[in-house]
Design a protein around this ligand. Sequence first.
Ligand code: HEC
Length: 123
Amino acid sequence: MLTAARIAAGTLSLLLAHLAVAAECDASAGQKAFQNKCAACHALDQDKVGPHLSGIVGRPMGAVQGYAYSAGLAGAGQTWNLERLDQWLTAPARMIPDTNMAFGGLRNADERKAVLCYLQSQG
Ligand code: HEC
């Protein structure tokens, strides 16, 4: 009986932890921030000043065919994961000094998280 209650309590706290994580990631706030701060140069499905960003989480860095990247990004040889994207959006030129992305960075961690949440939700 006691064991069953403990298991139930454990399951409940796992469930709550899961909900808290889901609620932390705000794709609609991220979409707004993307429109305001990224969309002048980026679209999801076509290259503009910057390369298209659909599927960016898990995509190799600097790898869109036909897009003229900086040497630094073209030669990065790594894959974008959430951690690298967070670092990039904090200060692009700190990560790739010769980057062509003329963007100072998003200093607000919640805003970076929301933008990444939105981009990830777009596949
Ligand atoms: C002033 C134009 C500009 C703005 C604003 C801008 N970018 Fe970029 N972005 C670029 C350019 C140009 C590149 C290519 C950089 C290079 O080749 O070094 C790039 C590259 C990227 C890449 C790497 C893509 C790849 O294929 O490896 C990501 C991710 C990215 N930008 C995300 C964003 C996000 C998210 C925002 C908004 C917070 C943003 N950018 C704002 C111009 C911009």
